[in-house]
Design a protein around this ligand. Structure first.
Ligand code: ADP
Length: 422
């Protein structure tokens, strides 16, 4: 079994976001959790290997990415896609520059592109400057990010600080004129010694014009947006067959460890709809109460009547107070472990359609459930598809799971999800 497109994503929910875009453009996609130990067993067009390499030491990020590359090459991947965040999360040390450079060296390729543009999510690039919504990246709040503060919106400068290769720009004039003009611009940049070019894109039309110009590139680096223009290069068109999953059955539940604004609204909406919901208290976990066992005992008799919600979701004031008492990381890790144990217990009780809210929380749950890879299905909301996975916790049976990162999804997401046929 050989694949067309091999993708390396630098974080978990980012990998799902990319997979979702590829599926919508007509590819059958599997996302793996880390680099698989053995060969791929599914019949798919693309694989997204999810790493957790965004903020680790550059040398580790390079090593993991090269391991993913070797595995993807062994599956026959004809093109490699390195996926990072649509806000270009990185520091002058990396990891976008060092990983791109290492992949180029390994593939023997002297030119690639770099663009986080994702117009569907209001990330646009113009004259090399990245906008998040209506404002420049460095005015968007990202300048205060705890791990990767983005204080410059000029991506040519940002990337140049991270790489020895010369960084250039394929500007909107070329992109607006189409694939031929983009190819000409690439030829000119190459002649000038440019190795990596930032690409302007302010609309999906820009990305669709860019796609054909990337057909012969061994390596593409981007956010998830560029993915919408690639499947057509392999003769694939959007179709519902790409997102087909095995039929969903079994009990339904939601677990939420996200404290984002959207998730707070989603929890309130679920409660207001009259469905059963249980809040778990981080201070009780810290005091040694077996909160997971209590939650499972609460859920067991309710599951037959429809979806239940178990959540640690709280408003920022309450979260800050808990963090002040327990320490931010300690509180986070403790809550993640508890929610993961609850997810595992719910699946043991027969839950086969599970929604998980929270990026870090999702990582903890997928690990606790013993999931190694997920087939990507239909989209519930932008960036959040239903997935199907074989889970150790389900005795090796199939499980439908949706992983929702913080601010994704409409207010009714937790009820709506179960009305979307998975
Ligand atoms: P998001 O995608 O919204 O950022 P994450 O799951 O990535 O959500 O991150 C939320 C973090 O907050 C997790 O580490 C989680 O364990 C922690 N957390 C969840 N609920 C609480 C709470 N009530 N008090 C303190 N920390 C919490």
């Amino acid at each position: 079994m050989t694949i067309l497109l091999g993708c390396i994503a630098d974080d978990f929910t980012g990998a799902t976001d990319l997979a979702n875009n590829l599926v919508r453009a007509g590819m059958r996609v599997v996302q793996t959790i880390g680099v698989p130990a053995g060969p791929l067993s599914a019949e798919v067009d693309a694989v997204v290997v999810a790493l957790k390499s965004r903020t680790i030491a550059p040398a580790d990020a390079v090593a993991q990415s090269l391991e993913a590359l070797r595995w993807l090459q062994a599956q026959g991947a004809r093109q490699i896609y390195f996926k990072y965040c649509s806000t270009f999360d990185s520091t002058p040390e990396g990891n976008i520059g060092p990983v791109t450079e290492a992949l180029m060296d390994a593939l023997g390729c002297d030119f690639t592109i770099a663009t986080p543009a994702f117009p569907d999510n209001k990330r646009t690039v113009f004259k090399g400057y990245l906008f998040a919504g209506e404002v420049l990246l460095n005015e968007s709040g990202m300048q205060n990010h705890p791990l990767t503060p983005m204080t410059d919106a000029n991506l040519v400068r940002v990337l140049q600080a991270q790489t020895r290769r010369k960084v250039g720009l394929i500007d909107h004039v070329a992109v607006a004129r189409g694939a031929e003009a983009i190819r000409e611009r690439i030829a000119r940049l190459r002649a000038e010694g440019v190795g990596i070019a930032i690409v302007d894109a302010v609309s999906n039309d820009d990305l669709l014009r860019l796609g054909p110009a990337l057909a012969d590139m061994p390596l593409v680096t981007a956010g998830s947006g560029v993915a919408i223009g690639l499947p057509a290069n392999f003769g694939l068109a959007p179709s519902s067959a790409a997102s087909a999953l095995p039929a969903a059955a079994g009990l339904q539940a939601v677990v939420s460890g996200s404290c984002s604004l959207a998730t707070n609204r989603q929890v309130q909406h679920f409660i207001a709809s009259g469905r059963p919901a249980l809040a778990i208290d981080p201070l009780a976990i810290a005091a040694g109460v077996d909160v997971a066992a209590q939650a499972l005992a609460w859920a067991a008799p309710l599951l037959a009547s429809g979806p239940v919600l178990v959540y640690s979701t709280a408003e920022s004031g309450a979260v800050k107070s808990v963090q002040g008492r327990l320490g931010t990381e300690q509180a986070g890790a403790m809550v993640e472990r508890t929610i993961a144990a609850i997810a595992r217990g719910l699946v043991a009780l027969g839950v086969r359609r599970l929604v998980v809210a929270g990026g870090e929380t999702s990582g903890a749950c997928v690990q606790a459930l013993g999931i190694a890879q997920m087939q990507i299905g239909p989209q519930i909301d932008p960036g959040v598809p239903w997935c199907h996975a074989l889970a150790e916790a389900a005795g090796g049976e199939g499980l439908h799971i949706a992983l929702k990162s913080g601010n994704f999804g409409t207010d009714d997401f937790f009820t709506k999800a179960f009305t979307v046929p998975g």
